[in-house]
Write a protein that binds this ligand. Sequence first.
Ligand SMILES: *[C@@H]1O[C@H](CO)[C@@H](O)[C@H](O)[C@H]1NC(C)=O
Length: 169
Amino acid sequence: MLTDFLSLLFWIKCFAKGAIPQKLPTSLVHLKCLDLCGFEFCFGREVDLLSALLLVTSSPNIETIKIEMEDDLTEAVSQAIMNLIDHQDYSYVTLDHLRVIEIYNFSNMKTRMDFVKLILAKSPMLKKVAIYLNEEIVDIHGRVKILEEMIQYPRASAKAEIVILNFCV
Ligand SMILES: *[C@@H]1O[C@H](CO)[C@@H](O)[C@H](O)[C@H]1NC(C)=O
């Protein structure tokens, strides 16, 4: 199963050149823990954003998600990518088993905020959202802004707690 998953990830990240499907032909029903740390996800890059979204939204039994961000972009992120999550149709997605999501090296880039918004809206059993902020990029004001914005997002789970922590390398 793990091999299936890793090959899938590599297939997506390496070979798909902008033609990533929004849905997989079959769901990843066995996947309980999605650990995407170390894969250098750059949410300002379409292929990375779409593959992360594809994995999450194709895993209906997922309980835990861990993801680490690593934006090494030098060029500006296009408006199309910034608004990508808004323009996808995820009305069919529910993450009925998701309890914990941990996101490392977070900053307030719109696509990252939208990703959290999507997770909060789709996860009725969610207990904990742990956001590890990159302090080199986000100062105390940025931190407050992120929290203020996040607590306004509609939540499918009344018990979902958002905690903001420091990301230490
Ligand atoms: C954290 O993100 C920044 C840019 O957003 C990147 O330069 C850095 O390499 C990342 N650090 C780790 C440990 O992934």
